[in-house]
Design a protein around this ligand. Sequence first.
Ligand code: HEC
Ligand code: HEC
Length: 150
Amino acid sequence: MKKQFLTSLAALLFATGLVGFAVAQQQQVQAMRSTPIDAPNRLGPDFKWEGKEGRMQRNYRQQPPLIPHSIAQYQIDTRTNQCLSCHDWTKAGERGAPTLSMTHYLDRDGNELDQLAGTRYFCNQCHVPQADVPPLVENTFQPSAPVSVR
Ligand code: HEC
Ligand code: HEC
């Protein structure tokens, strides 16, 4: 009997804790998206980092570089990928754009391909345009190596 009471008490405390936590979360965390979920989310004005060659320094070795130009006009869907019209190895030379690195032409077994690997097709799954956004929550993050341009 006593044991059952204790179990219910524990469950009640846990549930109250969860609700309290949810309420606290709602109050403290501010979303990046300021518009309602069913309204279009407008991007901020295009932003270009003014450091060396307009490139933002990466924070760690494996970070996908941030995109130093607007991408609003480039479509990516299952039929077309306009990023490739400048960045694919077959076009990059004549368009003066950086060529996709070899990692973008390796299939999941590590075979080297002539065409972009399917796993790299949706560029903005990894690459995002540069933006002027202060951290939402103050933090003590440090890049993994000292950097010269920031
Ligand atoms: C009209 C040609 C063109 C198109 C289309 C284009 N880019 Fe670029 N991209 C460039 C050029 C040129 C640069 C070199 C930096 C600069 O001049 O802005 C660049 C730079 C980049 C970089 C930085 C590479 C680095 O090493 O820092 C990334 C990432 C990138 N583009 C991704 C994309 C993605 C993703 C798309 C499609 C949404 C795209 N680009 C479409 C021309 C293009
Ligand atoms: C799965 C994540 C992922 C996807 C998808 C992806 N990339 Fe990358 N990309 C990276 C990473 C990580 C790097 C940096 C390390 C490297 O080169 O692999 C990179 C590097 C680059 C570079 C710089 C190459 C260099 O040698 O400096 C360009 C340009 C680029 N990507 C463009 C694109 C474009 C355009 C697409 C879509 C066709 C794309 N990426 C898709 C992760 C990705």
